[in-house]
Design a protein around this ligand. Structure first.
Ligand SMILES: [Zn+2]
Length: 289
């Protein structure tokens, strides 16, 4: 009897040691509640919110391309700089693709409210620094505006944003096969998709639609209108993904991951931002010179 109990104790001890040795997952949804508490300590209260979209990605890419790609690079970055990564998030701005199948275009107020409630809930769970990592060009203005609106009322957390689209020119292995093939759902984006999910990319279908710039709306520099993109690329496809390769995608997603890791490292260290935001809210409550 004593021997059996002893064995059971030894077994549970060795199981505990094994689970101890396993690194914490960076994925919010794959942590137990008690591991989540440990993860918040390991990340020093820093959490990433990779932000994608559901939209057509030409004939070669899938609807979730931006989300798949940005999560892939963000998760890769956490191997260098550990943070907790929020689950798939795609409540973004994509009205310009409403004419294409599979697009989910939430209303304007919902985009902002959903993002606010999401970061507030992340903060309530210990994320003092929240880094929105953008993977979709159409979200750029929304995210920047959202970051500005954070000063509207006092918060005990800080929102940072990171544009993780593209890599610095000249990064080894990331150049297009020829000029003009990159762009929305073009060679670069589909290559990135192939780095993690080659089985769902279809570069062989790339020429079934045109990704040419139709340039149908000529307006003086500085003039903006929402229909600009449709005027150029009505197929919601820019460039040509026929020569997309996993090798190029690997080099690009590695470079993007390095950039994200670098940003996360700096944000984790940042003490000035939180201090100044606190000071700002105190002064804003009672403005004086
Ligand atoms: Zn996009």
């Amino acid at each position: 009897m004593g021997k059996i109990v002893g064995t059971a104790v030894l077994l549970s001890l060795s199981l505990a040691a094994a689970s101890e040795a396993q690194p914490l997952s960076a994925k919010w949804e794959e942590l137990t509640a008690s591991d989540f508490v440990k993860a918040q300590q390991a990340s020093r209260g820093t959490c990433a919110l990779p932000f994608g979209i559901l939209e057509k990605h030409g004939p070669a890419g899938v609807l979730g391309t931006d989300l798949i790609n940005i999560r892939f690079s963000t998760l890769k970055a956490t191997k260098d700089e550990y943070v907790i990564v929020f689950p798939e998030y795609y409540v973004g701005q994509i009205f310009e693709a409403k004419h294409q199948p599979g697009t989910i275009a939430y209303s304007t107020h919902l985009q902002l409210e959903m993002l606010q409630e999401t970061v507030a809930e992340m903060a309530r769970n210990g994320c003092q620094k929240i880094v929105i990592v953008n993977g979709h060009g159409g979200n750029t203005a929304l995210i920047q505006y959202f970051a500005q609106t954070q000063l509207d009322s006092p918060k005990d957390y800080l929102v940072y944003t990171l544009s993780a689209l593209g890599v610095p020119q000249g990064t080894a292995g990331t150049a297009p096969s020829r000029p003009g093939v990159d762009g929305h759902a073009g060679e670069g984006e589909v290559s990135n998709l192939m780095a993690s999910r080659p089985e769902i990319a279809h570069p062989e279908r790339s020429s079934t639609e045109s990704g040419a710039d139709l340039n149908r709306l000529e307006l003086p520099e500085g003039v903006y209108t929402g229909i600009w993109w449709y005027a150029k690329f009505p197929n919601h496809y820019q460039g040509n993904a026929a020569s997309a390769t996993a090798v190029r995608g690997q080099a690009t997603t590695d470079a993007i991951a390095a950039r994200i890791a670098n940003a996360l490292r700096a944000i984790k260290r940042d003490e000035t931002g939180p201090r100044l935001q606190k000071e700002f809210f105190e002064r804003a409550a009672k403005p004086r010179l």
